[in-house]
Design a protein around this ligand. Structure first.
Ligand code: ADP
Ligand code: 5GP
Length: 225
């Protein structure tokens, strides 16, 4: 958010919104964790991506993704409608820009399930607002069995995702936090802790200066200084 946009926020907003990015190799558990966080935390809004990937059985248009053709994707990209975009596992994915700008301007937090390429682009544009988390699987064997247990992708797609996992894992060092998803409840709790601490950061406490001024004025009155 630009300083001007921030200054335009109503005083009632206690703090500046943040952009909470979760990335991982496919199957490590970020969609599951995102779902848990969204259910537990009404302050979070999901950024719904656009993708050219075919819809899975369990997915709903406009809830999990906006499913678009390659032509549509390219037209939207050409019109500058995306905050970031990337090709992942042979499909295109992108974050629509307008809902993110709207949420930030209203002081709301946004959660993203995007890959490392998209994360770097969002950091480049909005570094101050980003909190990024990389989720690792406990082992590659477990990653493979999670992809198989999810049972939403073909054997060919699973093989491709498993092959790409090493390249994705190698990007872990770009992230603020790295978590090992061996125990869903513990990682969920760690994510809530990270969010709680990040929300309290001084730079996000946009209305704290008014309180500081009033504390100092009150202090002067009390002490006669
Ligand atoms: P991603 O979004 O990273 O591709 P998902 O959230 O879809 O991964 O998780 C892949 C599969 O692994 C799902 O079937 C999910 O229920 C399962 N899963 C996620 N976290 C764990 C965990 N800690 N232990 C066991 N299974 C898990
Ligand atoms: P899936 O096909 O399993 O839903 O997602 C595949 C990969 O694409 C995951 O790593 C996911 O985080 C990533 N992804 C989903 N949406 C976006 C997006 O909008 N931008 C980018 N860069 N990656 C995305």
């Amino acid at each position: 958010m630009t300083p001007d946009a921030r200054a335009a926020l109503p005083a009632s907003f206690q703090r500046r919104g943040l952009l909470f990015i979760l990335s991982s190799p496919s199957g490590a558990g970020k969609s599951t964790l995102t779902k848990c966080l969204l259910a537990a935390d009404p302050q979070l809004t999901l950024s719904i991506s656009a993708t050219t990937r075919p819809r899975r059985h369990s997915e709903i248009e406009g809830v999990h993704y906006y499913f678009v053709s390659r032509d549509d994707f390219e037209a939207k990209r050409g019109r500058g409608e995306f905050l970031e975009w990337a090709e992942v596992h042979g499909n295109f994915y992108a974050t629509p820009r307008a809902p993110v700008e709207q949420a930030l301007s209203e002081g709301r937090d946004v959660i993203f399930d995007i890959d490392w390429q998209g994360t770097l682009q969002v950091i480049e544009k909005l570094a101050e607002d980003v909190v990024s988390v990389f989720v690792l699987p406990p082992s590659m064997k477990e990653l493979k069995s999670r992809l198989e247990r999810r049972a939403e992708d073909s054997a060919e797609t699973i093989a491709k995702r498993l092959k790409n996992a090493a390249t994705e894992i190698a990007q872990w060092h770009h992230y603020d936090y790295v978590l090992v998803n061996d125990d869903l409840d513990r990682v969920f709790s760690e994510l809530k802790d990270i969010l709680a601490a990040e929300r309290l950061k001084r730079k996000r406490q946009t209305s704290i200066e008014a309180l500081i001024d009033s504390l100092l004025t009150e202090g002067k009155t009390l002490t006669g200084a």
